[in-house]
Design a protein around this ligand. Structure first.
Ligand SMILES: [Zn+2]
Length: 261
């Protein structure tokens, strides 16, 4: 459990900040029952990695990709936002924070009510045609694949290659998304990095930008991260409980600031 002193300190910084950014990783969603796909016992360790170039070049690779993604799809299709997602959505609604940047592809921030989180690795809730750019809801196409075992093709351009709208292994992050993330992190006076192991570049370099520009950095993650030494506050506890404690402390501050003297 986060100490009262620590929760109060972070709540004070939140109250002072005008450009606070929330940066989330896989740990944010594990409390919704979504496994960390990239962890050593995660789903990808059991599968052959299909790299982006291979997906584009080879129909067998596309078949293998769809087989794997259809299995992992069921892991998050039923998941619902947890207490931590709800706190973050409320902070955005109240303009306590400026925006959310996430490494997650599960769409749970949106389901909690966050508008337009910046999704560094894209979203698994949509399918994107790699040839014409048409987008489709993932659910019906995954269901079709599970029923027929045939890789779906694009209705808009007839045989376009359809892939989840996520960043695959060997594929670069979208330039405009990364640019926006960099400027938000540079402009932030407070960055809360939540549930990210902060090891996968370039996403892992973003929180350091806030420190370089003189902002404060808070890290909330179950395990230590390479940036812990740089942070103003580090919490190695459950994310949901920690955010609820900070939110309670923050709400008390707002309330006492409003109370007539
Ligand atoms: Zn197409």
């Amino acid at each position: 459990m986060i100490s009262t002193a620590s929760a109060t300190r972070i709540a004070t910084w939140l109250q002072e900040a005008t450009q606070a950014i929330i940066f989330t990783g896989a740990g944010m969603s594990t409390e919704s029952g979504i496994p960390d796909f990239r962890s050593p016992d995660g789903i990808w360790s059991k599968f052959r990695t299909v790299y982006y170039d291979e997906f584009m070049a080879n129909a067998d690779a596309r078949q293998e990709y769809w087989r794997q993604k259809s299995i992992s799809h069921s892991e998050f299709a039923q998941a619902v936002p947890n207490a931590g997602h709800q706190v973050i959505a409320r902070w955005q609604h109240e303009q306590t924070i400026r925006a959310v940047i996430t490494q997650n592809i599960d769409g749970l921030h949106q389901l909690a009510g966050n508008q337009d989180p910046l999704e560094l690795h894209g979203t698994a809730r949509q399918i994107l045609c790699q040839d014409c750019g048409a987008r489709y809801a993932a659910e019906p196409l995954v269901a079709e694949f599970l029923r027929t075992d045939v890789v779906p093709s694009c209705a808009a351009c007839t045989d376009g290659r359809l892939k989840h709208a996520t960043i695959s292994f060997g594929q670069s992050l979208a330039g405009d998304v990364l640019e926006r993330a960099v400027s938000w992190c540079q402009e932030a006076d407070l960055l809360l990095a939540i549930g990210s192991s902060l090891v996968v570049s370039p996403a892992a370099d973003l929180p350091a930008l806030t420190k370089q520009q003189g902002g404060r950095l808070v890290i909330i993650n179950r395990d230590p991260t390479p940036l812990d030494g740089l942070a103003d506050e580090v919490v190695h506890e459950s994310i949901g409980e920690t955010l609820l404690a900070i939110a309670a402390s923050h709400a008390r501050k707002i309330f006492s600031a409003l109370r007539p003297r």
